[in-house]
Ligand binder design. Structure first.
Ligand code: PLP
Length: 495
């Protein structure tokens, strides 16, 4: 039989390491819920299971899949991302010095600043985007460097290999929160990191229905053993049902995150020169300060991006309030698209950290748009959704064309310059020629009976002529004008 570990990560995840349920040969594994296990007559526990707090079979299987995805010696699951992250610090000798990032998931930074010192740890925060700053901040008793890349919510990038080297030279370990990168886009252990952490609540599970955390270790050593003890003593293990849901979510990990990254890249590019937006924070953009490092250590740039809108906090909150498709909610990595004004959830943030205004979080666009490659439509909807363009281009174009059409039949008018500008922009967004767009918009209008446009019934070539007429109507000749005046007089007289 094929060694599951020799398979591609996509297959490892999709097949959940190829396991089957032995009793029925079911392809989906059961949820093992037992909290306690029977001893052998000679008082041994040969199955390896004793009690549910340190260990569980469903949890173990999900851990094995995550370990394989990260190329790790072993993985451990926790009741949340925070439980996983804090367990790493709590496993260090008391009094250890820890170097953390200025910008990272705010909950963990808050814990590092306010709670870790209560346990005797000394914490310094540093700009992890600067290798020199990290080198300068390391102390002789630094035991752990914690990084997060890309870092929530500004999506800054840390050079994993360079910081691993600094950590190891100083006798410290490097742990990395790789939640936003996922094992699909970054394999931190292969770049020298010692421990990878995930808020499995996010992409690993991917359906916004499980809170979970994961750690994966490069090797079995004293720190890893200590983390296992911390998990067991603190009762921080993930529940079996959550582990089962996580296993199910993992099966589609690669398909999901690639589709999400594709949409994020598209939005980032489209928003880059938008009049309403002062900056787009996405590591896939060449203008991003961490782009070169990201391109070296990531095979894709992820599904998260932030935008800063012009007009400050009020404008950002207003823009988030105008969205329809995007849901205003915190968290990330689920199949739905979310948006939030980040500062509203983080509260006052130390000025040394950042002044993020609006975080635009993209993920797979819902089933109406699906994960199909209909990129320009996604952007159009996104732009409308964010309130960035005032109304639906198509509706507006159709309305104007409908008026134009009525007036054109009176041989008086042409499409207004404003409508024409919108039509041109919309056609560009949809990747169509202007005349194709006009035809599509008129068809929309006819379907919605916004206008008495009979275009649906016309032949393709007649539709094209119609579009050309609207875009560039001929000047009515003197004879036609005369005929029209006569016609108007007749109508008035009849009335
Ligand atoms: N790390 C990152 C990057 C996160 O975004 C979060 C949560 O938003 C966490 C860690 C904490 O994870 P959890 O909510 O699963 O405890």
């Amino acid at each position: 039989m094929t060694d599951p570990h020799s398979l591609k990560p996509r297959t490892i995840a999709a097949q959940a390491l190829g396991a089957i349920e032995p009793e029925t040969r079911g392809v989906a594994l059961p949820v093992h819920v037992s909290t306690t296990f029977i001893r052998d007559p000679d008082n041994q526990y040969r199955t390896g299971y004793i009690y549910g707090r340190p260990d569980n079979a469903t949890v173990r299987h999900t851990e094995a899949v995550i370990a394989a995805l990260e190329g790790a010696h072993e993985a451990m699951l926790f009741a949340s991302g925070m439980a996983a992250a804090t367990s790493v610090v709590l496993a260090l000798p008391p009094g250890s010095h820890v170097l953390g990032p200025q910008v990272c998931y705010w909950g963990f930074r808050d814990w590092l600043i306010n709670e870790a010192p209560l346990f005797g740890y000394r914490v310094d925060l540093v700009d992890m985007g600067s290798v020199d700053a990290v080198r300068a901040a390391v102390k002789p008793d630094t035991k752990l460097i914690w990084i997060e890349t890309p870092s929530n919510p500004l999506w800054g990038i840390t050079d994993i290999a360079a910081v691993a080297e600094i950590a190891h030279k100083a006798g410290a370990r490097l742990a990395i929160d790789s939640t936003a990168a996922t094992p699909v886009f970054t394999r931190p252990l292969s770049l020298g990191a010692d421990i990878v952490m995930h808020s499995a609540t996010k992409y690993l599970n991917g359906h916004s229905d499980v809170i979970a955390g994961a750690l994966a270790a490069a090797r079995d050593d004293a720190l890893w053993t200590r983390i296992k003890q911390v998990r067991g003593h603190h009762g921080a293990i993930l529940g079996p049902f959550e582990a089962w849901l996580l296993l199910r979510g993992l099966r589609t990990l690669e398909v999901r995150v690639k589709a999400q990254a594709e949409s994020a890249a598209l939005l980032a590019t489209r928003f880059a020169n938008h009049a309403f937006i002062s900056s787009v924070l996405y590591p896939g953009l060449p203008s991003h300060p961490g782009h070169a490092v990201a391109a070296r250590q990531m095979s894709g740039f992820g599904g998260m991006l932030s935008i800063r809108v012009k007009g400050g906090e009020r404008a950002a909150i207003d823009a988030a309030a105008r969205v329809n498709l995007w849901k205003r909610a915190t968290s990330l990595g689920g199949v739905e698209s979310l948006i939030e004004h980040r500062a509203s959830i983080e509260g006052p943030v130390p000025l040394t950290c950042y002044d993020c205004r609006l975080v635009w979080k993209t993920s797979t666009i819902s089933t109406t748009i699906s994960i199909a490659r209909c990129a320009p439509r996604i952007e159009l909807l996104a732009a409308e959704d964010a309130g960035i363009c005032p109304v639906n281009y198509r509706t507006l174009a159709a309305r104007d064309m409908s008026e134009s059409n009525t007036r054109t039949s009176r041989l008086e008018t042409r499409i207004s310059p404003e409508a024409l500008a919108l039509v041109k922009r919309a056609a560009e967004i949809e990747g169509r020629s202007i005349s194709d767009f006009v035809v599509a918009a008129a068809q929309d209008a006819a379907r919605r009976t916004i206008a008495d446009v009979e275009i649906i019934r016309l032949s393709r070539s007649a539709q094209k002529k119609f579009a050309a007429l609207l875009l560039d109507p001929p000047q009515p000749s003197a004879g036609l004008k005369k005929a029209f005046k006569h016609h108007r007089r007749l109508v008035r007289d009849v009335r």
